[in-house]
Design a binder for this molecule. Structure first.
Ligand code: ADP
Length: 386
């Protein structure tokens, strides 16, 4: 489903609900991370690209004294329509139920200046909770909608992304890094984005070869774990950095880590080996893409996957199987799990001419449980014409 289809759906549901036509339409994409996993909270590099999957918001200023907002997304918690008064300094917005509205309210709360009341509908082609960042696309679409509503365009794209990240921290209570909001704001068709999570510098890296596509494969599994996996790994990274006398693992080299091997708990050593290696792989991978050295990029993807599986221990049987199957097909350069792990998606770099046989091989080997999306780097948030 392209953004034009999502726009049409949003528009139709707005018209049904409000008996009027919207005057504003915006979209913001989901994302996939090509390489650089579990590096963001270690001040490292990540290398995402924006997807053709988007969240669309349509709406208009309203004469009423409340904002009315609805979503038609599958999987959002009830009620799907809400209303609330425009916030004032005396009565600011606060997070509450339904939880989906917190992403929108959080962005309103972090938008500079006052906003008028509005009516709006949200539709999306980004699957909710599928690891492709539907939440960041909703935040960034909301910010872009507010820019159009108020006529105040934020020229500083970094400030826009950071306001959306803050919304997620404060209102959705998710201590996420900067990747998802940055790529959803700054994505450019035909480019991936090399993002330095320490300096917050972002560099577009062209990826326009027409013979190349990216396959995102959703394993459609999410293993329920204890919930402590993420904080435990963060802590292990901090322990390793402290033992090496560094503010973060970004500052550490593999030689420095190796030199401390016997003094670190084995699991802490392996976590740090993943992070230090992955930061290095990510910059090498971006350089390889620039040189159109796809063999090298693919090799780095597989190394990344193996390191996430063996050292960071965040993969699972299904993701390992999807990567193994992908690597059996001619024309595949590389494949790896993407996202936090324990389920979710894999990402595969493959020749366009081989993608159909790749999908077939995955479906034969994994069963029809996998969903596949053939994609190329897409644009970041933008206004749409109605
Ligand atoms: P993801 O990887 O997709 O961002 P999260 O669990 O972080 O997964 O965020 C998913 C949540 O974001 C949903 O449960 C819902 O609350 C909210 N959300 C995302 N997109 C929409 C949408 N179009 N409409 C309503 N809520 C949405």
């Amino acid at each position: 489903m392209g953004s034009a289809d999502v726009l049409q759906i949003a528009k139709t549901s707005f018209e049904e609900k409000f008996q009027a036509s919207p005057t504003i339409a915006v979209c913001a994409p989901g994302r996939v991370n090509l390489i650089g996993e579990h590096t963001d909270y270690n001040d490292g590099f990540v290398f995402p690209m924006a997807l053709e999957l988007v969240t669309v918001i349509v709406g208009r200023k309203s004469d009423s004294d409340v904002c009315q907002l609805g979503t038609i997304a599958k999987g959002a918690d009830e009620p799907l329509m809400i209303s609330f008064p425009a916030p004032t300094p005396e009565k600011p917005l606060i997070p509450g139920k339904p939880s989906w509205a917190n992403y929108v309210k959080g962005v309103i709360a972090n938008f500079p200046g006052e906003i008028p009341t509005f009516d709006a509908m949200i539709a999306t082609s980004v699957p909710l909770g599928g690891g492709l960042s539907s939440s960041a696309s909703l935040e960034v679409a909301t910010y872009t909608f507010l820019e159009k509503l108020t006529g105040k365009e934020q020229k500083d794209l970094k400030a826009k992304a950071l306001a959306c990240q803050k919304a997620e921290h404060d209102f959705a209570k998710m201590p996420c890094g900067i990747m998802d909001q940055f790529i959803s704001v700054m994505g450019k068709k035909g480019n991936a984005l090399l993002l330095d999570c320490r300096s917050m510098e972002a560099k577009l890296v062209p990826m326009t070869n027409p013979d190349l596509v990216v396959l995102v494969t959703n394993s459609n599994v999410r293993h329920e774990l204890t919930g402590s996996e993420y904080p435990t790994r963060r802590k292990q990274c901090e322990t390793a950095a402290a033992a090496l006398g560094k503010p973060s693992l970004r500052e550490a080299t593999m030689a420095e880590l190796e030199a401390r091997k016997g003094k670190l708990e084995d699991v802490v050593f392996r976590r740090a080996r993943h992070v230090i290696g992955e930061i290095q792989r990510t910059t090498e991978a971006a350089a390889a893409i620039e040189k159109e050295d796809y063999e090298k990029f693919g090799k780095l993807m597989v190394e990344s996957h193996n390191s996430l599986r063996d050292d960071y221990e965040v993969s699972c049987e299904e993701l390992d199987l999807l990567v193994k199957l992908a690597m059996e097909v001619d024309g595949v350069y590389g494949s790896r799990m993407t996202g936090g792990g324990f389920g979710g998606c894999t990402v595969t770099l493959v020749k366009k001419s081989s993608v159909d046989s790749l999908i077939k091989h995955i479906q034969d080997g994994y069963g029809n449980k996998a969903t596949c999306l053939v994609t190329s780097p897409a644009d970041g948030a933008k206004a749409l014409s109605l």
